[in-house]
Design a protein around this ligand. Structure first.
Ligand code: SF4
Ligand code: SF4
Length: 394
């Protein structure tokens, strides 16, 4: 007989996923309707039925290293069709959040930011930090034209943002290493780095979103959000580094091309987020399955775009009453996004890209690292009964 593969259920993990997916996890009776209706599931990498079963069994290590949880685009088609109300899309979402918590560096931040209250505390601390930086004599505001540097001097602001940025890069790097280790432990083989190119091309085109029954509206919302955010991030980084090393003179003059570009990107971001919010509000399944993390993420991104545009408009109008306050809110939101990035839903851009690369690599080497029928017998330390639906490791 082939070697047996021992499974070690984690009851605590079952409780966590059940609690974060609406408490209906145990209702699944493995009819596989969800996998049948999911237009992104493939024979080689099926989901979400398999993951729901593994979650019921508490197979934490398998799930944390399963790229399929990141291939799901959270359209909720499967939840709409589930005859048992087991909410498979919410289970997939809860699995992603569980993975983010466990890949987090430092680990305690993963659990903290996942909570609603903590997310708000991070926002509050960010605002306080900025307030501390902004403590300047009020007489400075008498100098016209008013510029943001009067309240937020760049020699204090830039080092703070660079320090936070360096910490975030470190946290993301360690998270990436942990995630790749989890993928390897779950059977992924082959180099992931070269496969990042096709994965990124796929993300830039969002073709898989088009395949999803959620439709073209959600794809459009995602694309606009993605391009608006990437444009803003690239512009912000370029200006920040340029200013820090004396290559760019800030504040930038009006009608400076980079400034116009940033405002266009902010507008694109706001339109994208508005589409996603409208879609979430009008789709009963999406609305019911939306967690605080989902809304928090959308509010943060939309808020950054909106306050950015408003700040620029108020500065052009030289409206002293509001321009500093709105810009203060804007910087607080940007800083909060920085701080939350490795620990919130936002980091899915990183893990999904790596998961897609791993899957692409796997498709080039069929049969390697996949669960498939016909291999060694799988047994659980809690007893028999799982193998015929679990598949076996090659
Ligand atoms: S989650 Fe629902 S649709 Fe999917 S296998 Fe379980 S009962 Fe069937
Ligand atoms: S939420 Fe959509 S993409 Fe994810 S498993 Fe369900 S049907 Fe598939």
């Amino acid at each position: 007989m082939a070697d047996a593969l021992m499974l070690q259920p984690d009851p605590e993990f079952v409780r966590e996923v059940n609690a974060n997916s609406g408490g209906e996890l145990k209702k699944c009776f493995q009819c596989a309707t969800c996998t049948s209706v999911c237009s992104l599931s493939t024979e080689a990498r099926p989901f979400p039925r398999k993951q729901v079963l593994e979650a019921q069994w508490g197979l934490k290590d398998r799930l944390l290293g399963d790229p399929a949880i990141w291939l799901c685009h959270d359209c909720a088609d499967c939840t709409a069709r589930c005859p048992r109300g087991a909410r498979p899309s919410a289970v997939m979402d809860a699995l992603r959040m569980a993975a983010i918590r466990r890949m987090a560096f430092p680990r305690f931040m993963g659990s903290l930011v996942g909570d609603m209250e903590t997310g708000l505390i991070v926002l509050f601390i960010s605002a306080l930090l900025l307030l501390a930086i902004a403590l300047l004599p009020i007489s400075k505001f008498a100098v016209r034209p008013f510029v943001f540097a009067q309240m937020f001097p760049k020699d204090r602001l830039e080092p703070m943002f660079f320090a936070v940025g360096a910490f975030v890069v470190l946290a993301l790097t360690i998270g990436t290493v942990r995630f790749i280790r989890a993928l390897r432990a779950a059977g992924a083989r082959g180099p992931i780095l070269p496969a990042l190119v096709p994965a990124l091309l796929e993300i830039l085109r969002h073709r898989r979103f088009g395949n999803c029954n959620a439709g073209q509206t959600r794809r459009l919302g995602h694309l606009l959000t993605l391009y608006g955010f990437v444009g803003l991030a690239a512009m912000g980084t370029a200006v920040g580094i340029g200013s820090m090393f004396g290559l760019i003179d800030t504040p930038l003059p009006n009608l400076y091309p980079l400034k116009i570009f940033a405002n266009v990107c902010a507008l694109v971001l706001v339109i994208g987020i508005s589409i996603l919010v409208a879609k979430r509000l009008t789709d009963p399944e999406k609305r019911a399955g939306s967690s605080f993390c989902d809304w928090y993420f959308l509010a943060l991104l939309g808020g950054i775009g909106l306050t950015g545009i408003l700040s620029e408009g108020l500065r052009l109008a030289q409206s002293l009453d509001w321009m500093f306050f709105i810009y203060y809110v804007h910087l607080s939101l940007v800083l909060t996004l920085f701080l939350c990035t490795p620990y919130s839903k936002f980091v899915h851009f990183l893990y999904r890209t790596i998961a897609m690369a791993a899957t692409w690599q796997e498709s080039k080497s069929p049969g390697r690292g996949q669960l498939r029928p016909g291999g060694p017998e799988v047994v659980s330390s809690e007893g028999p009964g799982l193998p015929h639906v679990m598949g076996t490791r090659s």
